[in-house]
Design a protein around this ligand. Structure first.
Ligand code: SF4
Length: 226
């Protein structure tokens, strides 16, 4: 598999925030989001080739049970089922982080962490914008993911004006458990995170959705591999 990086840190977002976890970051993502903080993963030739055994040996060098398979976009990698099986054989807790643009059935993962992309992530470049707009939201795929996996649904807000689009998206997906919806601020830096967090907190109080921290930004200012 093409792996951008493997590192040990704390889960920064979602319901498992703060849990020490090994991150396996796969290379390749077609979406090219404007505010992506892992642009170095976009190219599916980024990083280097690992065998499944090599990934498994590397993750066992770190402490603990929690593995996060992230990207890039893991749900477009044809070798993902084999990797998940191998890590499950090691009795690991597996989270898969995805934008929800691809469905693979019968993955033995413990949490599907889905972050559908809103129009606020559309890149400025017209060619990239067209690709992004065509693929960022696949309602049928999202519906399948929610029906088949234990999940959390995280939306990134750049401003309070994003809320109607989030509510509309939830309505269109159709089978969303509202207790699994989380809102988090769009923030590439600690300063940006601190500036936008009160706005998102107020929206959470208003809607009943859960606020998601972004510890990797708060603690390490989004430094790669932390
Ligand atoms: S889906 Fe994630 S990895 Fe892909 S471009 Fe968007 S933010 Fe970056």
């Amino acid at each position: 598999m093409r792996i951008s990086e493997i590192f040990y840190s704390l889960q920064g977002e979602g319901f498992l925030v703060g849990i020490p976890s090994v991150f396996v970051r796969l290379a390749g993502c077609p979406l090219r989001c404007k505010w992506c903080d892992t642009k170095y993963t976009w190219d599916n030739k980024a990083g280097r080739q690992y065998s499944i055994d090599e990934i498994s040996k590397t993750v066992q060098q770190a402490q603990g049970k929690f593995i996060v398979i992230t990207g890039g976009e893991p749900m477009i990698d044809p070798d993902l089922p084999q990797l998940v099986r191998k890590l499950k054989d090691l009795d690991k807790h597996i989270t898969i982080e995805t934008a929800g643009i691809g469905f693979i059935p019968d993955l033995d993962c413990d949490l599907m962490s889905i972050s559908p992309k809103l129009s606020n992530s559309t890149p400025a470049d017209p060619r990239r914008a067209a690709i992004h707009e065509n693929s960022r939201l696949d309602l049928a795929v999202l519906h399948e993911l929610l029906d088949n996996y234990k999940y959390q649904l995280k939306f990134v807000l750049d401003s309070k004006d994003d809320l109607p689009e989030i509510e509309e998206t939830i309505k269109k997906i159709g089978n969303v458990d509202l207790e699994k919806v989380m809102l988090m601020p769009q923030a590439a830096t600690r300063d940006e995170l601190l500036a936008k967090s009160p706005m998102v907190a107020e929206l959470c109080k208003h809607t009943g959705f859960t606020f998601s921290q972004r510890l990797q930004v708060l603690l390490w200012n989004n430094k790669r591999g932390r």
